[in-house]
Design a protein around this ligand. Structure first.
Ligand code: AHM
Ligand code: MG
Length: 337
């Protein structure tokens, strides 16, 4: 049987199922090509001038790596001319990027974390790109970047597509257009993504958890209780032994969970109270929550479903707990107990 390329998958979602529009198909193909370009840049490593610090800080005050900046530029350049977008917003940029006047404007908004897992860039550990697509409200004021911010402030339930690329031993693109989750592998010889898994499903139960244990003393009581019980293993109230994995690239940690189950947590803790959490709602939590839910998992802050949050700010941060449904239900119950 002929291999199913990303283009063919998207054409079938459009033509046979009517799930996506032609413009959304084009948008996703452009994002996928940008991810291919990022994958090539990352692959150069020490052979190219791509590793190390960029010498600048992003809006969140974090030091940018050269590859953070390069990946951001690749995504902006690839997406601004196609006519499918009204504006883009990035973890690495203070304000939205409006489509320049010389290009036609489309009906979608794109948000991205161009290179997630910045601490892993220079040490050759898996990193990724996360993206989310929203419809631009017809009444949106796109006259200035400041005014355009409001158009993006939609809950995660409004996303029409979300995905991530993981740059690991292979480069993968994991995508949802609201019709389940499909995984594509980059064929480096052909230079295109080929469908390698359809209908990804996260097992409802797990024996694997993912959290930065170094923050343990700062956690709130429900997280202390849950992780404490997992650590007690077979002898504890959960009655089974757990394993722990923490790559420190959300993309890689969530991809492992998409593949074999598990629970990923970056909860609120006492040193994050002022900023509301570590991970960003628009660039990390929402797209990953849509993918996880589409694969049969669950995603919460501990107190509410991530996709239901009405964003107040573009760069808003939130606590994140996501993965295998029954485990997420357990820690959610501990938050309300
Ligand atoms: P980044 O977007 O600046 O890379 O930050 C997000 C990353 C996530 O990928 C990961 O889950 C987390 O930060 C790692 O945090 P820590 O350094 O506490 O392990
Ligand atoms: Mg990130």
């Amino acid at each position: 049987m002929a291999q199913r390329t990303l283009a063919r998958y998207l054409t079938e979602e459009q033509r046979n199922k009517g799930v996506i529009t032609g413009d959304l198909k084009l948008l996703i193909e452009v994002v996928a090509r940008a991810c291919q370009a990022i994958s090539i840049a990352i692959g150069k490593g020490g052979l190219g001038d791509v590793l190390g610090e960029a010498g600048s800080d992003n809006v969140q005050g974090e030091a940018q790596k050269k590859l953070d900046v390069l990946s951001n530029d690749i995504l902006l350049d690839a997406n601004e001319w196609g006519g499918h977008l009204a504006a883009m917003a990035s973890e690495e940029m203070d304000l939205p990027h409006l489509v320049p006047h010389r290009f036609p404007k489309g009906e979608y908004l794109l948000t991205f974390d161009p290179l997630d897992g910045s601490s892993n860039i220079d040490v050759n550990v898996s990193i990724g790109t996360i993206f989310s697509v929203l419809k631009c409200p017809e009444s949106a004021d796109l006259s200035t970047p400041e005014a355009a911010e409001r158009a993006f402030l939609q809950p995660g339930t409004a996303q029409v597509a979300a995905g991530y690329a993981v740059y690991g031993p292979t480069t993968l693109l994991v995508l949802t257009v609201g019709d389940g989750v499909a995984c594509f592998t980059l064929d480096r010889e052909q230079g295109q993504f080929l469908l390698t898994q359809e209908h990804m499903q996260i097992p409802a139960d797990t024996k694997e958890f993912s959290i930065n244990m170094a923050n343990q003393r700062f956690w709130e009581a429900p997280v202390q209780r849950y992780v404490g019980e997992m650590q007690q293993g077979r002898e504890g109230p959960l009655g089974k032994d757990y394993n722990m994995r923490w790559v420190a690239s959300m993309v890689a940690d969530v991809h492992r969970i998409m593949t074999r189950g598990g629970i990923f947590m970056y909860p609120i803790d006492s040193k994050l109270t002022a900023q509301g959490g570590k991970l960003r709602l628009m660039y990390e939590a929402n797209p990953m929550a849509m993918l996880v839910e589409q694969a049969g998992g669950a995603a919460t802050t501990g107190h509410c479903r991530i996709l239901d949050i009405a964003p107040a700010r573009l760069h808003q941060r939130v606590p994140v707990i996501m993965g295998s449904k029954n485990e997420v239900a357990r820690i959610t119950a501990y938050h309300t107990a």
